[in-house]
Ligand binder design. Sequence first.
Ligand SMILES: C[S@@+](CC[C@H](N)C(=O)[O-])C[C@H]1O[C@@H](n2cnc3c(N)ncnc32)[C@H](O)[C@@H]1O
Length: 158
Amino acid sequence: MDGFNISIELIQWMKDNLDGNLLELGSGEGTKELVKCFDNVYSVEDQEAYQNLYHSNYLNVPIKKYVGYHWYNREILKEKLKGIEYNAILVDGPTGSVQRQGFIKNIDLFNIKHTIPIIIDDMHRVHEQKMFNALCEMFPYRRVKHIKCKDKQASILL
Ligand SMILES: C[S@@+](CC[C@H](N)C(=O)[O-])C[C@H]1O[C@@H](n2cnc3c(N)ncnc32)[C@H](O)[C@@H]1O
């Protein structure tokens, strides 16, 4: 596990506090641990090198250029999400160089009506902080939990 993966502290927290199915945006070695904590992990992944590695539920979706940002191809993702049920979302992709604010811009694609936990990793980055703040404004009644480790932080909207 390296800086690309979610922290051991976050994995432990997820293990202790979450169950059911996880929808993960961005897969890596951490996914190997997450499959041990959930009934099913669904991983949205754009890079071929990281697709279909740790389970059989990958949603392989290429990156597309939108006005002002790049993100997973919305139409393909929408199609692949059909019929998938999940109890938490982990936002840890696309890769940092692509940036992740597309999650907020396309939040209507996700089934977040049932107040499922939304986890934003890499909160040391400005874009992630803005995204988390936007989520907090969208859902002012929800609680917030921060999981810190020595070199990064994940924040969770509960
Ligand atoms: C932060 S990584 C996702 C990590 C994943 N959630 C985990 O905990 O292992 C974001 C993206 O970078 C790419 N990636 C994953 N592991 C990588 C690695 N070791 N080195 C470079 N890129 C990686 C994948 O395309 C992934 O979608």
